[in-house]
Design a protein around this ligand. Structure first.
Ligand code: PLP
Ligand code: COI
Length: 354
């Protein structure tokens, strides 16, 4: 794929502190357009700027949009590396397939990410826990209000130098188990990383925030009995020495971090089980003291301990609201591999040099 490059003549001043998450954007962005019959064309890297689109574009009306999230990390030797980008490029195609957006060859997505990061390499921050968050997204751009096959689409990538996703950082977050709204059902779009899933989460998310919780833990949409995932992360817990995590049923996002942590734990000899986990089982294990640790994991959230769970008017404290031993080990090992402090024996990182 040939990418036409137009560099900015007006580079922005880089933020130096309090990056937060997703607030600042690098100097450039990637764009490529699709038209049925013609395929993907006009791949280009241009200065980061507003885009112009028809107000009739299908993304504005019927939510035809999928996205990804990955990071570029600055290693101690000054080089920059990506973490499992093929996983993100592949998942984007799986998500696109569900919404009937056109597929993008995985190699082209990777090339676009690499070239964009190369151009904006100076934007990869080097502070503790900071990285360049990369957000690829793909949407329907047909200017037609009828419900129809998507014939025009656009793929873009933007980058945001970011720090911790949660204000709590690595400190335990408080999570509310939602028993009214549901996020996704099997047969729906839960496994796809599409914008609509996040829109469906807004009401419960707002309720949780008002009650002083960081995010919502979703229950399955049919029986409202089994836990699924949190707004921006998959969840795992340690019960009686065994790590358990909700199995992928089609309504949960198959997280890259989740997959990596399962591989990591198994390589260290931990017993890990993917299965259905009822909220009742969790409450019982909390009350009997068998639930030792609970954490969430995701690209933005990294590994985030959960210190409190709220369900039906009651708050349950986990591990005295402190980060547990396994959670800490996972955080240290995963971030160690991502930032190049620990040797990557899994072949997950892609180093792009200095
Ligand atoms: N679940 C949801 C709903 C998410 O938005 C995310 C974040 O991407 C995750 C799980 C974790 O996925 P990953 O580890 O691929 O970032
Ligand atoms: C990510 O972790 O990459 C995500 O996409 C989560 C998002 C809701 C910030």
């Amino acid at each position: 794929m040939e990418i036409k490059i137009t560099k900015t003549t007006n580079p922005k001043t880089k933020p130096t502190e309090n990056l937060g998450f997703g607030k600042y954007f690098s100097d450039h962005m990637f764009i490529m357009d699709y038209e049925k019959g013609k395929g993907w064309h006009d791949a280009r890297i241009v200065p980061f700027a507003d885009i112009s689109m028809s107000p009739a574009a299908t993304v504005f009306h019927y939510g035809a949009e999928v996205f990804e999230g990955l990071k570029a990390y600055r290693c101690a030797d000054g080089s920059v590396q990506l973490f499992r980008p093929i996983e993100n490029a592949t998942r984007m195609n799986n998500s696109a397939d569900r919404i009937r957006l056109p597929q993008i060859p995985v190699d082209d997505t990777i090339q676009a990410i690499k070239q964009l990061v190369e151009i904006d390499k100076d934007w990869v921050p080097s502070g503790a826990g900071e990285s360049l968050y990369i957000r690829p997204f793909l949407f329907g751009s047909d200017a037609q209000l009828g419900l129809h096959e998507i014939k025009q689409a656009r793929f873009m990538i933007i980058c945001s130098p970011s720090g911790s996703y949660y204000a709590e950082g690595i400190n335990p977050v408080k999570i509310m188990i939602e028993d009214e709204d549901v996020r996704a059902v099997r047969g729906g779009t839960g496994y796809a990383k599409c914008g609509g899933n996040y829109a469906a989460s807004n009401r419960a998310g707002e309720k949780a925030e008002k009650l002083g919780f960081t995010q919502v833990l979703w229950l399955d949409g049919v029986e409202r009995k089994y836990i699924e995932e949190v707004g921006a992360m998959n969840v795992m817990m340690k019960i009686n020495g065994e790590v358990v995590t909700p199995m992928l049923t089609g309504s949960i996002l198959p997280g890259v971090t989740r997959k990596s942590i399962i591989e990591l734990l198994k390589s260290k000899g931990y017993k890990v089980t993917e299965r259905r986990i009822s909220v009742e089982e969790i409450i019982n294990a909390l009350e009997s003291g068998e639930l030792e640790e609970f954490w969430g994991c995701g690209t933005a959230a990294v590994v985030s301990p959960v210190g409190e769970l709220y369900y039906e008017g009651k708050t349950y404290v986990i591990n005295d609201n402190k980060i547990g031993e396994t959670t800490q080990m996972l955080y240290d090992t995963l971030t160690g591999i991502q930032w190049g402090r620990i040797k990557d024996e899994f072949g997950w990182t892609v180093n792009l040099g200095k």
